[in-house]
Design a protein around this ligand. Structure first.
Ligand code: ADP
Length: 476
């Protein structure tokens, strides 16, 4: 595995090198070939001119002819006989001619022998420079030589090549500049942001959910990736906080449940133990102990029922059964029950309703349960005065208010009475039962009806709990 930046660099350099080499190779070979072609063409003309010149020349030796023509044309001229001996050479003094090797094996002469003319370029050992040679075959009988060869040194072409070289350096410098630029741009657009994203991902995977990616490259894909990564982290953070909170709520709930269950269970076992240890035969206490055990058993039953109810509501297991019905009879029965339970208290209990046609759309049993609960709270926390179930119409709602002249609720407690297991100390002191779950169940049920419970209370004066239920039947 290699880092993306090095891979990109390799690709850029590869492209750059190809970009450099291609024009160099191409222009170099093209330019040199063109220059050579021009020289070959020039040499061909000169060979023809030399033939004309040799015909009309009054010079007596071949060597003189080559020297003279060479001075005029600035070319090297060689005359070769059929057997390959050099009989005239403009670049050497006459006495050295005999030392020259046989020229029949020179490539341009081989070609000239077969195809009338031929050319070649090579390094001349005699003159220590690169030459282009052009040879032409003529009639030995007519001219006294078999091959005329003219040659030009490649110095001029080399000059041309050096000019091209300057141009190549320019191209190379330019391409290197482009490579560096491309590298920096790629680095800031791609590799640096990817590096930052990778670092952030690694931080997040190690639990740093506060980590955010702060990059803005202007490259859509990268910026979107960064945005989405931030969104993902925010979602993770929220989910994590939610889970933490739920865990806390759950463990608190469990703590409360155990605490609430423990009290009645330990009193029941206390009474039974005392009875078994002899109190069973003491007629002054045995019935009383049994009655208190039964009270605690009832309390346990009440607690367990409420617990089952609230856990069903919270897991969404509890389904509401909505129907359109007249709530009047329910209200009437509930107030009647309350009056019976209140028989030994000096509290006036009333039902105050505009008429008997109180049709609403809701879950009959659940609403019965809510009103019963609010009524039993009112009874539990009221010592004198009155309790009133007041019904009124408002827009498309029937509003139920359970009003009492009881102990009221402090502003501090008011914020918490809908919490599970929350009970004020005063409520605990009253020893009149209650699980601390009633209001939180009621709140859930009313919310499932798309409504809310409102509390209006003055400490020491009384409380009013109210909520509205729709009169519109959506099934019609
Ligand atoms: P509980 O079973 O203890 O009544 P609830 O959830 O019904 O539990 O009520 C929570 C607390 O709200 C009660 O413990 C009590 O302190 C307070 N509360 C509820 N209704 C009234 C009321 N009508 N008057 C005064 N306090 C009330």
């Amino acid at each position: 595995m290699r880092r993306i930046q090095y891979r990109l660099l390799t690709i850029i350099i590869f492209i750059g090198v190809i970009g450099m080499i291609t024009p160099i190779i191409y222009t170099k070979s093209l330019a040199l070939n063109q220059a050579k072609d021009t020289i070959v063409e020039k040499l061909r003309s000169h060979s023809k001119i030399f033939i004309l010149y040799s015909n009309s020349s009054e010079k007596d030796t071949f060597q003189k002819m080559t020297e003279e023509y060479s001075i005029a044309s600035k070319l090297r001229v060689t005359l070769i006989a059929t057997d390959g001996t050099v009989i005239g050479e403009s670049s050497l003094p006459i006495h050295q001619l005999s030392q020259m090797d046989n020229h029949l094996s020179r490539p341009e002469i081989i070609d000239a022998k077969d195809e009338e003319e031929g050319y070649a370029s090579r390094y001349s050992n005699t003159l220590k420079t690169e030459f282009i040679y052009f040879a032409k075959q003529v009639d030995q009988n007519q001219f006294g030589f078999k091959y005329i060869r003219v040659a030009q040194s490649l110095k001029s072409v080399e000059n041309l090549a050096s000019k091209y070289r300057e141009f190549y350096y320019l191209i190379i410098a330019f391409i290197i500049f482009v490579i560096i630029m491309a590298w920096f741009l790629l680095k800031s657009w791609l590799t640096d942001p990817i590096l930052e994203l990778t670092k952030a991902a690694s931080d997040i995977s190690q639990g740093d959910l506060k980590r955010r990616v702060a990059i803005r490259t202007g490259v859509i894909e990268i910026d979107e990736l960064a945005d989405n990564m931030n969104k993902m982290t925010i979602a993770l953070e929220r989910g994590y906080t939610g889970i933490k909170r739920m865990e806390k709520v759950r463990s608190e709930f469990l703590g409360n449940v155990t605490h609430e269950l423990k009290t009645p269970i330990s009193s029941i076992s206390g009474y039974i133990e005392t009875l078994l240890e002899g109190a069973l035969n003491d007629e002054s206490v045995n019935v009383g102990f049994l009655e208190r055990s039964l009270e605690n058993a009832h309390r346990l039953e009440e607690l367990v029922t409420d617990l089952v109810e609230i856990s069903r509501i919270e897991t969404g297991e509890l389904k509401m059964n909505f129907e359109y019905f007249n709530v009047f009879d329910i209200l009437k029965n509930l107030t009647k029950d309350a009056k019976q339970r209140n028989s030994n208290k000096k509290i006036k209990i009333d039902l105050d309703t505009p008429d008997k046609r109180l049709f609403i759309y809701g879950d009959k049993n659940r609403l019965d349960q809510v009103i019963a609960n609010l009524l039993s709270n009112a009874l539990r926390y009221t010592d004198e005065g009155y309790i009133k179930v007041k019904v009124s119409r408002r827009d498309n709602e029937i509003v139920f208010s359970i009003i009492d002249t009881g102990i009221g609720i402090t502003p501090k407690a008011l914020k918490r009475i809908f919490e599970r297991f929350y009970r004020t100390d005063k409520a605990r002191d009253r020893q009149k039962g209650g699980t601390g779950l009633g209001l939180s169940i009621a709140k859930h049920i009313i919310e499932a009806h798309g409504s809310k419970i409102f509390v209006d209370t003055v400490e020491g004066k009384g409380s009013t709990f109210s909520f509205g239920v729709t009169t519109i039947n959506p099934e019609q």
